[in-house]
Each structure stands twice: as C-alpha cells, then as structure tokens.
Design a protein around this ligand. Sequence first.
Ligand code: URA
Length: 194
Amino acid sequence: MSDKKIKLEELKKECDKCCKCSLGNTRKNMVFADGNIDAEIFLIGEAPGADEDNTGIPFVGRAGKLLTKLIEDVDLSRKNDFYIANTVKCRPPENRIPTDEEKILCEKYLLKQIEIVKPKVVVLCGATSAKSFLGNKIKISAIRGNWYKILNDIDATVIFHPSYLLRNHSEDKGSPRWLTKEDLKKIKDFISKV
Ligand code: URA
C-alpha cells in the first residue's frame, strides 16, 4: 500500500471516531472522500446530504449525478481526475448549511487531506466551500471562474454548486450550466499545462 493511502486510511479512521461537533451524533455515516488519491484536482463541496449520509460517499445524490455528468461532458473522469470531499464530513440535519463552528472543527481533517493528496488545483464548489477559503463576503456569481492562491501556494478556482444548477436548467450560452462547463474546461486546460 502506498504511503499516501496509508496516511489517508489513518485519517479516515480518526474521522470515523470524531464527535467534536453535534453532527457526529446524528450522522449515519461519516463521508470522507471519493475518487483518485493521486488526482490532480481536489474538489470541495459543501456537506453530505441524505444520500451521502446513507452511503458514506460524497456527491452520489441528484446534485452529485449532475456534477458527474458535467465532468464527463468536458471529457474529464470523476473516477480518475478528481478527489472529492466536503467542508464537513457529516450531514447537517435537514441539509442546513454547516455552521462556522462545524466547519472550523472539521477543517483540520480537510487540510490534512489536501496536504496528503497534494493536488495541483483545488476546486471550491459552491458558496460554502468558497467562503471557507476566500472569506465570508464572496458572491459566487462574481468570483466563479477566477483563480486564487490558497493555503500559501495552491492554485484554486471556484465553480457553481450543482444543487444551484439543478434549479437552473438552461444550457444556453451564458447560463450557469454553460459557465460551469467553461470553468471545467479551464481546469482541464490548467492541469494539462502544470
Ligand atoms: N452536496 C455537497 O456539497 N456535497 C455532497 O457530498 C453532496 C451534495
């Protein structure tokens, strides 16, 4: 087993035991990550929903299926090109947005995952994830597609959350779905160059 895999499995075991916030008491499953531990793209969503809580895998519900489709539409592979996690590892009741306290208590695990995986780019998927790294004042429609440096020197970019895209069906030029595909193409282009 690779060193990376061993470190991630150790971290996963720690997360499985975690009850630092109240979400630990209501979860069915802790949702650690999905995808390729050697991927160049590390995507961070908001929080597990009901489907993720039931399976222990991020982005497997309706939003996840749409995210997977958009990734495939630009000829990337969710399984090979992405490592996927969330700002918090346990489902907030009624799918509410995780609180700042929950995010801060869970951040240690997410930062450790990033440190172990060593991605070339971090994709902040949706406002909750973007706010964790870029500050609470951001407006997603204003910053998506922009590039930032986070955690000292890691390239990061922002895309719309697929739950928002589920409410916006248009694929017309300039629509949120169209913009997201453009953003994913830019990410594909970026990893082919670095
Ligand atoms: N939404 C998220 O942000 N993450 C998931 O894992 C599922 C839905």
